[in-house]
Design a protein around this ligand. Structure first.
Ligand code: LLP
Length: 475
């Protein structure tokens, strides 16, 4: 086993509990590893939203996504209230539902006054079914199909147009509509602002070599085209720089670029009302991550937008941002049950859990780092360095390399923290593992918001041709 002497014995799961503040609402969720309501209870168990985590696993099985309602609502409110406080114009926060799209999460964000950013027909359908009003749904995507565009037109949501094919298809679809149902469809234009940021190359989108959005030098032609289309009403412009960003400067720089693009649009008699600066604020996955708080981020980008408008003597647009990760990421943990262990002398010890890359594909996709605690012995000292592996037929199916934990046994409840964003939404059925259940916890209630998939669910889309079922092998 790898030497463990260097691990400080006082390290334990307790170190990850949120900093205690007067009220939960004062901490910025994206700066914490555990949800804001996380506590240790008298059984030395991790408790979230007033619920004992090992007991939740006993009741609902594992792997289990546990979403803390308080943390989720706090993140929504901090974005919303900070914008109200620091931006003198109108504003709207959109939850980027690609981070976790489901009825409960969309409805909850909607109930906090947020709009929803969707990126496919499926996400659009989910937001609508969750009761979100179409005039607060913004439809992104770099290759929307005709069917998706038709659905968006019928739904009457705002379409964030990404490229020429989409713009021309949309104009054609609108012009084909019968006169009696013709009303202008609201659109925004997405462009690549040419701003670099430091994050994983797969999640960087603001630089010029990106598949998303119009090139900035196409904007004149785009605005000229739109100015002739009576059935397309340009309400704003959009840019998104990237994701899991810890610097604020790129978004501050973005303000000037956006306001310049707004000026260009105005020269085509297109009065832009809204500027959407995208999402991207990072969250804490390990102690090394030190993102700015939601409040600080909003304050700085709001000030930058006000300054950029004042410098050009332009009225303030409605300011939109669309965070995903920093809304849902810190609100959720994934609880697993520990199973087999393998010690390879002088190399490493593997501890396997009952999920893995199917419920959290981020480590294998982006080499993302996570931290874990043993939820049924939270205060026990971390004395071992182990590698936490999933149960998939893939050597790379490792959730955490070199995790420091107390000695574990089969049956222990292992909790991986900050798993709300891009875990469930990118989950798969690799090796035909049913996707986990998710519960929403709050002080008085625990509600299942995603049912655990069953083996039968795995077969629901399968069909077996009759000839093959009958054993007729002739072709
Ligand atoms: N708006 C647009 C147009 C986006 O493309 C994204 C994320 C967001 C907003 C939300 O960004 P956030 O606030 O969540 O950083 N699967 C990757 C992340 C991909 C991000 C895609 N776009 C991951 O697991 O890290």
């Amino acid at each position: 086993m790898v030497s463990t002497q260097s691990v400080i014995a006082t390290n334990s799961g307790l170190q990850y509990l949120p900093k205690s503040t007067e009220s939960v609402q004062e901490s910025s969720p994206n700066q914490e590893l555990l949800p804001l309501t996380a506590k240790v209870n008298s059984l030395d168990h991790l408790e979230i939203g007033g619920w004992d985590v090992p007991a939740l696993v006993e009741k609902f099985g594992s792997p289990l996504y546990i979403v803390d309602e308080d943390t989720l609502r706090t993140a929504c409110r901090q974005y919303r209230d900070a914008l109200k406080q620091h931006y003198p114009g109108e504003s709207l926060v959109l939850y980027a539902s690609k981070a976790w799209s489901s009825l409960a999460v969309c409805a909850l964000c909607g109930s906090e006054g947020l709009g929803i950013d969707v990126v496919s027909g499926g996400e659009l359908y989910t937001a609508i079914q969750a009761g979100v009003k179409p005039d607060k749904i913004y439809f992104h995507g770099n290759n929307k199909s005709q069917a998706e565009l038709t659905l968006a037109i019928e739904t009457d949501c705002i379409i964030v147009v990404d490229n020429w094919l989409e713009l021309e298809t949309l104009a054609a679809l609108k012009n084909q509509q019968k006169e009696e149902v013709q009303n202008p469809t609201k659109i925004m234009i997405r462009f690549t602002p040419g701003i670099e940021c430091h994050t994983h190359e797969y999640i960087r989108t603001g630089h010029l070599d990106s598949k998303f959005g119009f090139d900035p030098n196409q904007l004149n032609d785009v605005f000229a085209f739109i100015s002739k289309e009576e059935l397309l009403s340009l309400i704003g412009i959009h840019a998104h720089i990237g994701s899991q960003i810890f610097e604020v400067q790129p978004h501050q720089d973005l303000a000037g670029v956006m306001v310049d693009a707004m000026t260009t649009a105005m020269s085509y008699n297109l009065p832009i009302k809204e500027i959407n600066i995208g999402g991207g604020l990072g969250i804490r996955y390990t102690e090394a991550d030190d993102p700015p708080s939601i409040e600080t981020w909003v304050h700085k980008v709001s000030t930058a937008m006000v300054d950029a408008c004042q410098a050009r003597q332009l009225p303030l647009p409605k300011l939109l941002c669309e965070p995903g990760r920093s809304i849902i990421g810190p609100a959720c943990v994934t609880a697993y049950t520990v199973g087999s262990q393998k010690q390879i002398p002088d190399i490493r010890t593997y501890i396997s859990v009952d999920g893995g890359m199917s419920d959290n594909p981020r480590p294998i996709t982006y080499q993302s780092m996570y931290r874990a605690v043993v939820a049924n012995r939270l205060s026990e000292a971390s004395t071992e360095t182990v590698t936490i592996a999933g149960k998939h037929c893939e050597s790379g199916d490792v959730l955490i390399k070199n995790a420091t934990l107390p000695a574990t046994q089969p049956g222990d409840c292992l909790v991986v923290m900050a798993t709300g964003a891009y875990n469930y939404s990118m989950a798969s059925n690799y090796n035909r593992l049913p996707r986990p259940a998710a519960v929403l916890v709050s002080n008085n209630e625990v509600n299942v918001i995603l049912q655990r998939e069953t083996y039968q669910d795995l077969l629901n889309q399968d069909t077996l041709p009759e000839r093959i079922a009958m054993g007729n092998n002739s072709i």
